[in-house]
Design a protein around this ligand. Structure first.
Ligand code: AMP
Length: 174
């Protein structure tokens, strides 16, 4: 197993969910046990010595590897969710994404100033979603924030939106 095989396992869906968007379908990568294990292990290796205390996963595809990474890192898992899903007091942040706009929410008691946080999502496109997640996590005054993506779409330069504020690392690039 190598990164090229992982790359090839991601299905490209042209013009989904609307014309001009080339959707990267991670389900074809995650459905293969050997590939799924390789992906989670490779990301874990990159973060295992950084003292991560909380993995923050972004709804919904960020929950899949986010949960696995939290378990591997012996860290807690915190969901960042779409509006109206979290039952307790929340912080809220609006943002633009590649195909529309949305709002993200996090529980007000999810993190504290001692936390070293790894934000995870399946894919970095324009960086709007990740920037909103970073803004939410910043409100807690945590000691360090890292951001990780399974896939980064280099041509959209999402990295420019967030790289100056937190260290970013993605496993594969298109
Ligand atoms: P962005 O805010 O533009 O960086 O978009 C990132 C979020 O939208 C992630 O949660 C992705 O799952 C989703 N997304 C955006 N563009 C794509 C794409 N081309 N293929 C798959 N997912 C995408």
């Amino acid at each position: 197993m190598d990164l090229e095989q992982v790359r090839k396992s991601v299905r490209n869906i042209p013009d989904y969910p609307k014309p001009g968007i080339h959707f990267k379908d991670v389900s074809t990568a995650y459905q293969n046990g050997e590939i799924f294990n390789f992906i989670s292990q490779a990301i874990y290796e990159n973060y295992k010595n950084l003292g991560i205390t909380k993995v923050v996963g972004i709804e919904s595809r960020g929950f899949i590897l986010g949960g696995v990474l939290a378990e591997k890192l012996n860290a807690g898992f915190i969901p960042i969710r779409k509006p109206g899903k979290l039952p307790a007091k929340i912080y809220s942040q609006s943002y633009d994404l590649e195909y529309g706009s949305d709002t993200l929410e996090i529980h007000q008691d999810a993190l504290n100033s001692n936390d070293i946080v790894l934000i995870h999502d399946d894919l970095l496109a324009t960086g709007g979603t990740a920037s909103a997640a970073i803004d939410l996590v910043r409100r807690f005054g945590v000691s360090q924030i890292y951001a990780n993506f399974f896939i980064e779409l280099d041509f959209l330069n999402g990295i420019n939106k967030i790289n100056n504020s937190v260290p970013v690392w993605s496993l594969i690039h298109f």
